[in-house]
Design a protein around this ligand. Structure first.
Ligand code: NAI
Length: 344
């Protein structure tokens, strides 16, 4: 329930949660044009840490912060009126609660689709040509090739699930490799992909016919576990699955069986269902508590990166600039890049 209205200060006070040195560097540079009062907080945002934001008009969370109803209520009590996400994804925000409290939520819808699409391609090449294994071999003085056999991408089929900004960018690169592109998206087919010769097909057809399946749709209730054990069983035997979307798109525990049986030939994950509290941090001194992830990391045909697909200089700079522009637009009464609460 909305409390006493707290006026927006003349110069917004903004606090970034889960801030690392690279956030400080890029936001400080972008802020030269805005001169907002920025505060950087290393802690994650959740209902317990939200108190740190007391007196800040604007809170800027990152992808693994918990922006649920309890957190939003505490933020609202402290005077926060804008949640300026420094991400494209917004699955970590309770939008209905934000709307109820009168807290505006903005995001950075597109910063560098190239960063994420190129990382997905990086995972494909590294998996196919077994680059991590090849590098550790040559470093040991082992110059043999056994076990490093890959396949030509040219002539194979890439399945793109979600043809928004990133999926389209990815599909164009795949077409550049000489791959057939199959696409699945409940929205309107993208004209540029149709012009490239891509075919829109039902998900089951895409899974059955693709040699590489790459996920680029958002995590919403309808896409949770889009790739579950049944979907994995529908894939071409030995195909490759790449997830740079969100961890919850894939039923992680089903991956282990699919890899053990050989049904899934390669797996590249930049995001993981239970990545919160793990990714973006150094846990190398502690035993890994997540048994599914520990098992996945042991497969030679699996590569896991820790949500780094967005992490290029260009993307970081664009994220900081758009986030601050979103704050400026909100201050001026014409908020931009809003994330709306689901209807119904
Ligand atoms: P976008 O909003 O431009 O495109 C998403 C597309 O997915 C839309 O065309 C939508 O119609 C489609 N879609 C929705 N439900 C679907 C379903 N059931 N099956 C197939 N397609 C479906 O979003 P954008 O910018 O392309 O980003 C996609 C996702 O990538 C984000 O939601 C985010 O989760 C993830 N991402 C990951 C990053 C990383 O560092 N790993 C960085 C940035 C985004």
């Amino acid at each position: 329930m909305p409390g006493t209205q707290i006026p927006i200060s003349a110069r917004p006070r903004m606090i970034l949660f889960s801030a690392r040195q690279y956030d400080v560097d890029t936001f400080a540079e972008a802020n030269t044009a805005f001169q907002y009062e920025l505060h950087y907080q290393e802690s994650h945002l959740d209902a317990d840490t939200a108190v740190i934001a007391d007196g800040y008009d604007v809170v800027c969370p990152f992808v693994n912060d918990t922006v649920d109803a309890a957190t939003l209520e505490r933020l609202h009590k402290g005077g926060t009126r804008l949640v300026a996400l420094r991400s494209a994804g917004f699955n970590h925000v309770d939008l209905a609660a934000a709307q109820r409290l009168g807290i505006t939520v903005a995001r950075v819808p597109a910063y560098s689709p190239h960063a994420v699409a190129e990382h997905a391609v990086g995972l494909i090449l590294a998996l196919n040509r077994k680059l991590p294994r090849a590098v550790s071999r040559t470093r040991e003085g082992d110059f043999s090739l056994a076990g490093l056999l890959g396949f030509d991408l040219h002539g194979k089929t890439a399945g793109v699930v979600g043809t928004g900004i990133i999926g389209r960018c990815f599909a164009r690169i795949m077409a550049g490799f000489g791959m057939q592109v199959l696409a699945h998206d409940p929205g309107t087919p993208a004209a540029d992909l149709l012009a490239l010769g891509a075919r829109y097909v039902p998900l089951d057809t895409l899974l059955a016919q693709s040699d590489v399946v790459s996920l680029h749709c958002p995590l919403v209730p309808a896409t949770r576990h889009l790739i579950d054990r049944h979907a994995l069983a529908k894939m071409k035997r030995g195909a490759m699955l790449i997830n740079t979307g969100r961890g919850g798109l894939v039923e992680s525990s089903a991956l282990v069986d699919a890899l053990k049986s050989g049904q899934l030939g390669h797996l590249g994950l930049d995001v993981y269902e239970e990545e919160g509290g793990l990714f973006f941090e150094d846990h190398s001194d502690a035993p890994l508590q997540d048994d599914v992830l520990a098992r996945l990391l042991m497969f030679p045909n699996v590569i896991v990166t820790s949500h780094q697909a967005f992490f290029t200089r260009e993307a970081m700079s664009e994220i900081a600039q758009t986030t601050l522009r979103n704050v400026e637009a909100w201050r001026n009464g014409s908020p931009a890049n809003l994330v709306d609460a689901p209807h119904g």
